[in-house]
Design a protein. Structure first.
Length: 165
């Protein structure tokens, strides 16, 4: 959302930091995938940004791009309704080129992409005030591109989820 994620910060004594923003509720939706190369165990991060709430068709097209780029894939998904409906369409469309595993019913701590969002929101974009949705989208994309380049950071997301690569 265009509302900043407010985090504690440093300031000179007696000078309380102030975030000048107004009550804006514009928002963007972001979809992402963390990938692990089966041969060299190299990690990747793919993402797409939408100016609307993500629907099943958005997820299907995002995964279709991944399949075209990566070939056969295994998805590990949470049980969000959009994922469940996309799973049916993807199995019908790609058959054996796609395999889907499910996280337990409510276990965000097992999902390494949750740590991507936590890092993006609470570290890279903490106290960030966007001028508009376009500015926010550019900043999110920049943060995610930087994260994609950092193999150590990507590995830490898997480590915190207690997943062995």
């Amino acid at each position: 959302m265009l509302q900043p994620v407010v985090r504690r910060t440093w300031a000179p004594q007696g000078e309380t930091p102030v975030l000048d923003c107004w009550d804006r509720h514009d928002r963007l939706s972001v979809i992402s995938a963390l990938t692990v190369s089966p041969q060299c165990r190299r990690l990747g991060l793919y993402f797409d940004i939408f100016d609307h709430n993500i629907i099943t068709e958005d997820v299907v097209e995002f995964v279709a791009k991944l399949v075209r780029r990566l070939g056969k894939i295994t998805l590990v998904w949470d049980r969000w309704q959009v994922h469940r409906s996309a799973a049916r369409q993807l199995k019908a469309r790609f058959g054996r080129r796609i395999h889907i595993e499910w996280f337990p019913a409510y276990a965000p701590e097992l999902n390494p992409t949750e740590y991507v969002w936590g890092h993006t929101k609470s570290a890279d974009l903490a106290n960030f005030i966007a001028d508009d949705a376009l500015h926010l989208g550019q900043s999110i994309a920049g943060s995610l591109r930087n994260t994609r380049q950092n193999q150590t950071l990507l590995r830490s997301f898997f480590h915190h989820a207690r997943l062995v690569i």
